[in-house]
Design a protein around this ligand. Structure first.
Ligand SMILES: [Zn+2]
Length: 376
């Protein structure tokens, strides 16, 4: 697939992700690179189409080396030489054939360090299929390249001989056929997904800490929490900083303070009273100032059993989400969620998620209402 096509597809995917339709793009709140990046890199692990395409192409290299008996492999061998033209062997593919493009791609990946050619390695078991001197089976290059035979006499060459013996002393032959190994996967087998992930991890940027991803809450809530921690919700302070016209920079709920994530989800009067109710319900005496960052930091440090921690995380995520929904209702002047029902909503939704999205234990509603951490 040409890069331009991959880029066009990425652009459509990004527009869809941010809720736009054709001809009416919505604001992208976080750079697409970051959305694609793995969760360890603070992204959503969507992966990039370009890397996926590269991983699909490289599979041909893997198959070429592993299925020597196939007719197409023999055709390539006769066209491009014994190793199919890979790794700078004698006959190098030229011209604009798909195979030449694959060889060029392989070379480019090696030169940029994204995927070194030696990721595909020959592993010796019985040694029957391996040429001791000419195959690349120990170290980075063939022994013929590293130790040209004529120089193995006296002087520096004696030191080389010693080094060679040292290299070989731990190599043992065992039963079984020699085979090709793909160094990216621990089992040595090629998979498109792990290769795609490998490339993305090398190419995409890293920002801050890993994404919080609580498996018990709904995906849309997980993505919401991810945006909260990136500080990328459409609060008025951010809208103004992006040059969007808004009626006022004041918080639509209280109309007193400027609207920011920390205000709406933390210090705003109704929010902080909800947090206090939630903490009392959990029977937790925490003294942190309330707000998404602080609550999650406290959660990371608190010492409780991991199941209980997960329950607290579900409740924290639900609380953030509920307060944000209240805010949205008031901006859009619909009254779905009422302030005095907010806490009931949090208890009910967190109960449903804790019960339905794991199989470890069942929780009873009466126990849940009394003390969620003792209800497990
Ligand atoms: Zn406010």
């Amino acid at each position: 697939m040409p890069v331009s096509v991959a880029k066009k597809l990425e652009s459509m995917r990004s527009a869809f992700f941010w809720g736009g339709v054709e001809g009416n793009r919505k604001m992208a709140w976080i750079k697409w690179d970051h959305v694609q990046a793995s969760k360890e890199k603070c992204g959503l692990d969507l992966g990039s189409i370009v890397s996926f395409n590269v991983a699909l192409m490289l599979k041909w290299k893997w198959r070429f080396f592993n299925y020597g008996g196939l007719v197409w492999v023999q055709v390539i061998n006769s066209l491009y030489g014994n190793k199919g033209g890979f790794g700078g062997f004698k006959k190098v593919a030229s011209g604009d054939s798909p195979w030449a493009r694959l060889i060029a791609l392989d070379k480019k990946l090696d030169a940029s360090g994204v995927i070194r050619q030696n990721v595909l390695r020959w592993k010796v078991r019985s040694g029957h299929d391996t040429l001791f001197w000419l195959d690349n089976w120990v170290g980075e290059n063939t022994l013929a390249e590293v130790y040209p035979r004529r120089q193995l006499e006296g002087g520096v060459s004696a030191a080389q001989m010693e080094e060679l013996v040292f290299k070989l002393v731990n190599e043992k032959c065992i039963d079984g056929q020699d085979y090709w190994q793909w160094g990216i996967n621990s089992d040595g087998q090629y998979t498109v997904s792990s290769t795609r992930q490998w490339i993305d991890d090398k190419v995409l940027p890293t920002v801050g800490r890993a994404t919080r991803w609580c498996s018990w809450v709904l995906k849309k809530v997980k993505i919401f929490v991810w945006r909260v921690l990136w500080n990328r919700l459409p609060t008025r302070d951010l809208l103004i900083s992006r040059g969007i016209n808004v009626d006022s920079d004041l918080c639509p709920l209280c109309n007193i303070e400027n609207e920011s994530v920390n205000h709406v989800l933390g210090s705003y009067e109704v929010a902080s009273s909800i947090w206090r109710l939630v903490l009392r319900w959990l029977q937790i005496h925490a003294t942190m100032s309330l707000g998404p960052e602080n609550v999650f930091q406290w959660l990371d440090e608190v010492k409780v059993h991991k199941d209980k921690k997960k329950v607290i995380e579900v409740i924290v995520c639900t609380t953030l989400w509920a307060i944000w929904r209240l805010r949205n209702d008031s901006v859009h002047e619909v009254r779905v969620l009422r302030k005095n029902l907010l806490f009931d909503f949090i208890q009910e939704f967190s109960f449903c998620w804790c019960n339905s999205r794991q199989n470890k234990f069942r929780i009873l509603w009466v126990n849940w209402l009394q003390h969620p951490l003792l209800a497990l």
